[in-house]
Design a protein around this ligand. Structure first.
Ligand code: GLA
Ligand code: GLA
Length: 905
């Protein structure tokens, strides 16, 4: 519904056009069209089409302002006065929604910002700015408009081009205090630098600002909806999603019914003839499958040629699953671009460090920062979301697949451009970047942003801060891609949760998941075991961290394997009992969904020898029987669903930045493996029968009696302070060799090691003494250290030496800090060596095992509220007579779940 009205303003009546949504309005937007301050009216698409569309898409009342144009002697600040008068009129009305925005396009965006700067009494909640013209002089004009055009426009509006009032072109104004801004940029816009500069200025002033680059557009694209329909659609979608009242997306699947543990797999029906689908669904029901992840690699089938969609087969599969009561975690199929796309646009292919193109043939051959890839991917996401928004089987969105699994570090020109943008946001000035990167080393000083490159192949070690920032940037770039997809999914289906499958497993560290976790509605993880003595503990460690990425809330195991994988040098099948034990260990650490890769073992393709729920052998197989048993077991555990992990007294801290920094090149040893050290601590604690939480370094540590922060290499001043306060507050901190060494710029803390933690630990180390392969250093405890050693000087009288090197000198120390302490281990002890000193660290912290003595080491205990999980870590049955309410024995590789004291499940 639209109505033309007049609002009284200081210069007389102001025409406005008001658009009302069909349903109840959730927001109100005051909108100013563009036209260089002297053109434009309420009928132009940028006013009328935008007003009608935003009203419809965001359930908003849109008030489009016919402000006075700078003609016939009208000048600054009259147009601002008019927009502001309409804003005052809107905000005085009590019949309009409380969520209020102001926005505009081009010159109208400048008016909107200037009106917002005035609206201190009733400030807007957000700004919507399309290709803003916000500066004079205009930053780096490209081709197109001439400087004379711009001067003329400004002179016409303000009456001069010098001594401009700050709010005439509001990039010059004080911007702090403005509400969050959402900026649409036209890609090939000579004025784009103004929008980009405004975004940087807003951020610098502490105003949250987010932009959307509309591909293939020139300045003013909202005025040309017929020329660039996709870009206009996406731009309006971006604004609508921001304008709509924020809805808390559900934190778990969209489904009705009692809580339960979900069970299922990736389902790839496109690999099989249609006749097989009905058999699949029948066998899924037999196995107790409740959910499948669908369409993950189906791009080529869903969009067989550019903009030609074929959803028919997916409709059929969705309906079939729904009829069988099986939910769908629907993937956006953007992980593997189809051949038509890479043939037409080879510029989306990643480039590796050595400059080699990553050709198609496998999957994930796309640059995270390619605008061309982004455009094609998002168009497909939009089409898919629209198609299935209301499908009753749709329970969650699965964005892409294992983002970054194969393409996280891209060194292409797109990456270089995006890296520079990221660095400009981080450092603002080149001087700050030069200082942070220490570019006076080896004559690397930059004089222009354009000189900066990703850390491509070089003939020696590349600047370490450049490498570290590239790791940060690469994680962020993929997160950006995720957010771009999520924005569309949230816009179209605000009631469907969005997630993406993380890879918290083994050495994978390229994506900073603790940083990503805030952006998923629930954490989903893929985990595969790797052979070795700590394989099972590693699974528990990873599951544990997943359970703590969003403060103990249940998460979703999106993939693991029923048996062997196909991608290790030797692919060993699981032993009897392992399939269930692995699954239940994830559940013990908070997983409320247990899914596998994949449902039916592929007949063709690179994964035909990867195990599945339904193996090549068919339903009459040990694997399918074990899968069906597991389905039944999970049904009996529905009482566990929804229960948070119960925190323990001990935390093992994981810091991805320390992980990255500690393993860079040109270090004392290239043998150091951050996560192995952390896992050794976890194993030692399990050996002692002590439950620990694996937590990100950003977690609140104050509730833990003991915090182990192994190889906490990168310690900014704020982290140092947190750790000092933790210990001063009675906490017991333990850290190891190569901790506290650098700050956030990877610059060494001076004065001796362990740098930032030297005073807290009460020790000083002058030189590292890493050990050669096969070399070890005996300790007074009877064990020995490998990898690393140090000559530790005790500098504080409150330090006790807990273990010494047999050759002399402290190896393990603890400093009393008030009621707390800070301990240091200067060598790699391994799980057995750590176990020997563990009691000396646990006792002062008052940490005791919750397990009866006979079970310690053999059994892992995990707790979710009233439910206790006893997991057999050994290949032998374990007597449980000492545990009240437990069965007689815990089978080899078995799990006993005590639902409430006395009821085994
Ligand atoms: C060579 C170089 C120096 C320095 C040393 C390090 O000698 O000339 O600049 O890099 O190696 O060992
Ligand atoms: C990853 C992928 C799956 C599959 C499995 C095989 O988890 O997401 O598509 O390739 O590995 O282990």
């Amino acid at each position: 519904m639209r109505a033309d009205l007049e609002v009284t303003g200081p210069h007389g009546p102001i025409p406005v056009r008001v658009y009302e949504p069909d349903g109840a309005a959730e927001a109100v937007l005051v909108w100013a069209h563009g036209g260089g301050f002297r053109h434009g009216d309420l009928d132009m698409p940028e006013a009328d089409m935008v007003g009608a569309e935003l009203s419809r898409r965001a359930n908003a009342v849109v008030v489009s302002v016919g402000y006075r144009l700078a003609v016939d002697g009208v000048r600054y600040p009259v147009p601002i006065d008019d927009v502001h008068a309409v804003w005052t009129w809107v905000t005085a009305r009590t019949d309009l929604p409380a969520r209020r925005a102001i926005g505009g396009a081009s010159a109208g965006a400048a008016l909107a910002v200037s009106a917002a700067l005035r609206a201190t009494a009733s400030p807007p909640d957000l700004l919507l700015l399309a290709y803003p013209f916000a500066h004079f002089p205009t930053p780096t004009l490209g081709h197109g408009r001439t400087l004379e055009n711009i001067e003329d426009m400004v002179r016409n509006y303000v009456g001069r081009i010098s001594d401009l009032p700050a709010d005439a072109l509001p990039g010059a104004a004080r911007l702090d205090g403005l509400p969050p801004a959402y900026i649409v940029l036209s890609e090939s816009d000579d004025l784009r630098p103004s929008g980009e500069l405004l975004e940087r200025q807003l951020r610098e002033a502490g105003v949250p600002a987010e932009s959307f680059l509309a591909p293939g557009t020139t300045h003013g694209h909202l005025n040309r909806p017929d020329d660039v329909p996709d870009a206009v659609d996406a731009s309006l979608g971006f604004f609508a999603a921001a304008l709509r009242a924020p809805r808390q997306a559900p934190r778990w699947l969209r489904r009705d019914g009692e809580p339960r543990i979900e069970f299922g797999a990736d389902y790839n029906p496109e690999q099989w003839p249609r006749e097989v689908w009905a058999d699949d669904v029948r066998a899924m029901r037999e196995a107790g499958v409740t959910i499948v992840s669908l369409g993950i690699f189906a791009w080529a089938r869903l969009e067989p040629a550019e903009r030609r969609y074929d959803f028919g087969w997916l409709d059929e599969v969705m309906d079939l699953l729904h009829a069988a009561g099986i939910l769908v975690d629907l993937a956006t199929p953007t992980a593997s671009p189809p051949p038509w796309l890479t043939t037409r646009h080879p510029e989306i292919l990643p480039v590796d460090r050595d400059g080699r193109t990553v050709w198609p043939g496998a999957r994930q051959h796309w640059r995270p920062t390619s605008p061309v890839f982004r455009e094609h991917a998002l168009r497909l996401v939009r089409a898919l979301a629209r198609r299935y928004a209301d499908h009753p089987a749709l329970a969650a969105w699965h964005v892409n697949n294992e983002l970054g699994c194969h393409n996280v570090h891209d060194y292409s020109d797109d990456a270089a451009r995006a890296f520079r943008g990221w660095l400009r946001r981080r450092y603002t000035t080149l001087d700050a970047l030069n200082a942070a990167w220490g570019t006076d080393f080896w004559s690397q000083r930059y004089g222009e942003w354009e000189q900066i490159l990703p850390p491509r192949y070089a003939n020696g070690p590349v600047n370490p801060t450049q490498q570290l920032d590239f790791k940060r940037f690469s994680s962020d770039a993929l997160k950006e891609h995720y957010l771009a997809e999520r924005r569309i999914l949230r816009e179209i289906t605000p009631d469907v949760p969005v997630t993406t499958n993380f890879m918290v497993a083994g050495p994978i560290n390229e994506m900073n998941y603790p940083d990503w976790a805030a952006e998923v509605d629930f954490v989903a993880n893929d985990h595969y075991t790797r052979p070795g003595p700590q394989s099972r503990d590693e699974l528990s460690f990873s599951a544990n961290l997943c359970g703590n990425l969003i403060s103990g809330r249940p998460w979703f195991l999106m993939e693991h394997s029923t048996s062997a994988v196909n991608w290790q040098p030797v692919n060993v099948p699981k032993l009897p009992g392992e399939l269930a034990r692995d699954s239940l260990t994830h559940v013990a650490h908070g997983a409320d969904g247990v899914c596998f890769f994949q449902w039916r073992q592929s007949r063709a393709g690179a994964e035909k020898f990867h195990s599945a729920m339904l193996p090549h052998a068919g339903t009459s197989s040990a694997i399918f029987a074990a899968v069906t048993d597991l389905g039944a077991r999970l049904r009996s555990l529905s009482g566990v669903a929804g229960l948070a992990r119960t925190p323990s007294d001990v935390a093992v801290v994981i810091d991805y930045e320390s992980w990255w920094a500690a393993e860079q090149d040109s270090h004392p040893t290239d043998r150091l493996r951050y996560r192995d050290e952390a896992l050794d601590w976890y194993t030692a604690l399990l050996d002692a029968g002590v439950r620990a939480d694996v937590v990100p370094v950003s977690a609140d540590l104050t509730g833990y009696r003991l915090v182990v922060a192994p190889i906490l290499h990168l310690v900014p001043a704020a982290l140092r302070q947190r750790l000092e306060e933790y210990a001063a507050g009675g906490g017991h901190l333990v850290t190891t060799y190569f901790s506290g060494i650098v700050d956030e710029f990877d610059h060494a803390w001076l004065g001796g090691y362990p740098g930032a933690l030297r005073d807290l630990l009460g020790i000083r180390v002058e030189e590292f003494a890493p050990l050669l392969d096969g070399e070890s250093v005996p300790l007074s405890t009877g064990t020995s250290g490998t990898l690393w050693s140090e000559r530790v000087e005790v500098t504080d009288p409150a330090v006790t030496v807990l273990a010494a090197y047999a050759g002399g000198g402290a190896a393990v120390t603890r400093r009393a800090v008030g009621a707390g302490s800070a301990a240091y281990i200067s060598t790699r002890l391994g799980p057995q060596g750590l176990l020997v000193i563990l009691d000396e660290l646990l006792s002062p912290a008052g940490v005791v095992s919750e397990l009866p003595p006979d079970l310690r080491g053999k059994v892992e205990l995990a707790v979710r509220g009233p439910v206790r999980f006893l997991i057999n870590r050994t290949a032998e049955p374990v007597e449980l007579s000492a545990v009240a309410g437990a069965p007689q024995t815990l089978p080899a590789r078995g799990v006993v779940v005590l639902l409430s004291p006395g009821t085994p499940g």
